[in-house]
Design a protein around this ligand. Structure first.
Ligand code: PLP
Length: 400
């Protein structure tokens, strides 16, 4: 009998501390079922169901025809950097210099760069619950310790007082994500300013993840920390993304805006890891920011229509409790009313939705919020309605 192969890949301590993404797990299950020909309603996806706008795709084709297929500067082309600076000037009255901006391979790389350049082992990184799955993992990779801020008692609204209470002499960063994935919560501008004041006072470096920046529903306001006074921005890195705003998830393009010293360190890391973001995607991203923003408004309008329907529909499901999210494209219902001896956790409930009704949702536990589900409405209203009909059947069966 042959001996089982010994695992010779003993991961490094840093990697051993990391966990696989819960959101990717749900996506893989959905793909496997779809491959078997099952009629799956996928409400797990964290990406727009829209195509990248035609003018953005055209800009990429033109860039390829012009031969823009070589390495670029590590922090991206001048043209893209200019577009980002102009955009923040136009939209938020912010002034950034070229040395304060860099393009990245998605917003994720911007967050990664921002954390690994400053965090040391033993440092604490504040992350509010529920959090995007990647935040704690980046902190762990950097050798730092993620410290969670509980926000449930306040309906998942992060406040300056929460931040003040969580800061210790070891706090290096806070990662803020407004609008939030998964809760859809938006920090009101006045509260955001207060959070920034606490961080400035305590010397905490802020990474503001603006991935869902544009997806705020009236009467909420789009807000970027870039619009704050320079003294509140001295330790601020904005991690931005083209993925959701322009339906460009596969292009892998984002950016960081931060003080020049921080950007310089991030360029060092990026230069020795991915070199530079994809050259063609950079041209497409510049076109996306420079052109009319009507395509973004249209997508927002469609999300708003789905959101309005979904929030009403969730309120009718027995055992579900759901606040109206102010932004992003997720609903985050509390499903503890459906749990019992047979279905003990939201994870089991999510599994049941998949097995009994072929509906994919993401269990809240992966985001640090056991008892909740994340339902993405980045899917057509028709599929959303079908999905909710199926979810309702399972909830009713659990309530019986
Ligand atoms: C909260 C949040 N931040 C950042 C990202 C990263 O986006 P990307 O790397 O595609 O720009 C995502 C993607 O799902 C996200 O949900």
């Amino acid at each position: 009998m042959t001996k089982p192969a010994q695992n010779i890949f003993q991961t490094s301590e840093r990697v051993a501390r990391m966990r696989a993404s819960a959101t990717l797990g749900a996506m893989q299950k959905a793909l496997a079922l779809k491959a078997e020909g099952v009629d799956v309603v996928d409400l797990g996806a964290g990406e727009p169901d829209f195509d990248t706008p035609a003018h953005v795709r055209l800009a990429a084709q033109e860039a390829m025809s012009r031969g823009e297929t070589k390495y670029t500067a590590t922090g991206g082309t001048r043209a893209l950097q200019r577009s980002i600076i102009d955009y923040y000037g136009r939209e938020f009255g912010a002034h950034y210099e070229p040395a304060e901006v860099m393009a990245t391979a998605g917003g994720k790389q911007a967050i990664f760069n921002a954390v690994v350049t400053l965090a040391n082992p033993g440092d604490e990184i504040l992350v509010a619950k529920p959090y995007w799955v990647t935040f704690p993992e980046i902190a762990k990779f950097a050798g730092a310790t993620p410290v969670y801020i509980e926000t449930e008692r306040n309906g998942f609204q992060l406040t300056a007082e929460d931040v003040r209470a969580a800061v210790t002499p070891r706090t290096k960063h806070i990662i803020i994500n407004s609008p939030s994935n998964p809760s859809g919560r938006v920090i009101p501008p006045a509260e955001f300013r207060k959070i920034m004041e606490v961080c400035a006072e305590r010397g905490v470096y802020v990474v503001s993840d603006e991935c869902y920046l544009r997806f705020v529903y009236p009467p909420g306001e789009v807000f970027s920390a870039a619009s704050l006074a320079p003294e509140l921005r001295a330790r601020l890195c904005i991690a931005g993304s083209f993925s959701k705003t322009y339906a460009m998830t596969g292009w892998r393009i984002g950016y960081a805006l931060a003080p020049a010293g921080w950007i310089k360190a991030m360029l060092l890391v990026q230069g020795h890891s991915t070199s530079n973001p994809n050259s063609v995607a950079q041209a497409a991203a510049a076109a996306a920011m420079n052109a009319s923003q009507d395509c973004v408004r249209e997508m927002l309008g469609e999300y708003a229509r789905r959101r309005a329907w979904l929030i009403g529909a969730l309120a009718e499901i027995p055992g579900f409790k759901c606040f109206a999210p102010e932004g992003a494209f997720y609903a985050f219902p509390d499903v503890r009313g459906c749990l019992s001896g047979r279905v003990k956790t939201s994870a089991v409930f999510a599994e049941k939705l998949l097995t009994d009704e072929h509906v994919v949702v993401t269990d809240g536990a992966g985001f640090g919020a056991d008892g909740y589900l994340r339902i993405s409405y980045a899917t057509s209203l028709e599929r959303l309605k079908e999905g909710i009909t199926r979810i309702r059947r399972v909830a009713e069966a659990c309530a019986r």
